[in-house]
Design a protein around this ligand. Structure first.
Ligand SMILES: Cc1ncc(COP(=O)(O)O)c(C=O)c1O
Length: 407
């Protein structure tokens, strides 16, 4: 008899986006004359930068020629892209990362979800609340948690991100083995200072723990004092893996390209307590289960680092950040407490009432769709997330409507 992996049965069905869609659909049915503006989902809306499109087209043409055709590429990514990443994203910022420590993939979602299979099933996991759900669900699937009780999985050390700590969690009071951090944060839009990040690195070193640092929103950082990479912190190479993505930095959500950094000196331990480098383990997993990102996509990603590509990506993100500033200003004027929006595309607003109640209020009175914070964890209750991913015109109109509805 074939048995299922029963850990899957512990997973809480995520009704968040289907619930949102259902409420929006019934609103539209009841008010066919009212236009709804969606500021809920974290997907980009603007087209790919022209430099990426040009490189993409040229690479597709190469694939159609006898001399330029390529079959399977290196699983870890082509050297042209890995070298550009090492040079531009790390060395240029004083962070030491070699090109062969970079693993190109088709998404930070897969990488942040897959990395946990490198670790023991008894690893004690620390996960922020609220959180991007992938970190939690993939550990549930693997069997690292107990059941779901009172809104939380047993066995997980939750790292509360609240107004009291300015949405940057405190160090755990107990030793943990694996720590997920994400800055700039989804869903809160909060950022972490170098000093705060240093404390996490020191904690990981002290407890022989590992930090999984998700920097998918790094490109939104504008404050020069904020770290873009955990490797800007001394000693981080031994205790941190970093995830990056072209999804939000260059509009690649539908094109798919990302990468993971596993430094050669990054260690975990076997049962005898011997240091075991993670690089060969991740390399083995990657080569066994993944066959590389397509050549044209990697050429399009390489173009992000060309002078035109850099300027175009900056313009793209500046546009989203200008939207975020409009949203933040509206919330400030209306007297709501919020975080994010200055170095991130998300604004996390204390609605002073139930998350879904606030969601319904904005939908009914303003025709604007946000995301109820309760869908991201227990600490998200009472909050909503508004995303800056939309056109300037739509954000302007949405804020006019919200101002009128909440004034
Ligand atoms: C924090 C975080 N990490 C990773 C991802 C996924 O990125 P990718 O599109 O590269 O899979 C997202 C997407 O929303 C995200 O919010």
């Amino acid at each position: 008899m074939i048995h299922i992996n029963e850990h899957y049965l512990k997973l809480q069905a995520s009704y968040l986006f289907s619930d949102i869609a259902r409420r929006v659909a019934s609103f539209q049915e009841a008010h066919p004359d009212r236009e709804v503006i969606k500021l809920g989902i974290g997907d980009v809306t603007q087209p790919l930068p022209p430099a990426c499109i040009k490189a993409f087209h040229a690479a597709v043409d190469e694939m159609g020629s006898r001399d330029g055709f390529r079959g399977y590429g290196p699983e870890q990514g082509y050297a042209f892209l890995r070298e550009a990443i090492a040079r531009e994203d790390f060395l240029a910022r004083g962070a030491v990362v070699a090109s062969d420590e970079i693993f190109v993939s088709d998404g930070a979602k897969c990488d942040t979800g897959n990395i946990q299979e490198l670790f023991g099933l008894d690893a004690k996991i620390a996960i922020p609340d609220p959180v991007y759900p992938v970190y939690l669900d993939t550990n549930v699937m693997a069997g690292r948690t107990g059941g779901f009780k009172d809104g939380r999985y047993e066995g997980i050390v939750y790292l509360d991100s609240t107004a009291a700590n300015n949405y940057v969690p405190e160090l755990p009071r107990e030793p943990v083995d694996l720590i997920y951090l994400c800055f700039p944060n989804n869903p809160t839009g909060s950022t972490i200072s170098k000093e705060q990040l240093r404390r996490w690195v020191d904690f990981a070193r002290e407890h022989k723990a590992l930090i999984l640092f998700d920097a998918a929103y790094e490109a939104f950082i504008r404050d020069p004092a904020l770290p873009h990479s955990i490797y800007e912190i001394e000693g981080a190479r031994e205790v941190a893996v970093e995830f990056r993505s072209f999804s939000k930095s260059a509009g690649f959500t539908g094109t798919r390209c990302a990468y993971t950094v596993v430094p050669r000196d990054c260690m975990a331990y076997d049962r005898q307590g011997n240091r075991q480098p993670l690089h060969p383990l991740w390399n083995r997993r990657h080569c066994t289960k993944f066959n590389g990102v397509s050549y044209p996509v990697q050429r399009a990603a390489e173009a992000v680092y060309s002078p035109e590509g850099k300027a175009q990506c900056k313009e793209l993100i500046d546009g989203y950040l200008a939207n975020a500033a409009l949203i933040a200003q509206a919330m400030r004027d209306l007297g709501y407490r919020f975080v994010g929006g200055d170095n991130a595309p998300y604004i996390w607003i204390d609605g002073r009432r139930d998350s879904w109640e606030f969601f319904d209020l904005l939908l009914d009175k303003a025709g604007v769709v946000c995301t109820p914070g309760a869908g991201f964890g227990k600490c998200g209750q009472g909050y909503i997330r508004i995303s800056a991913f939309n056109s300037r015109e739509n954000v302007v109109r949405a804020m006019e409507r919200i101002r009128a509805a909440l004034a």
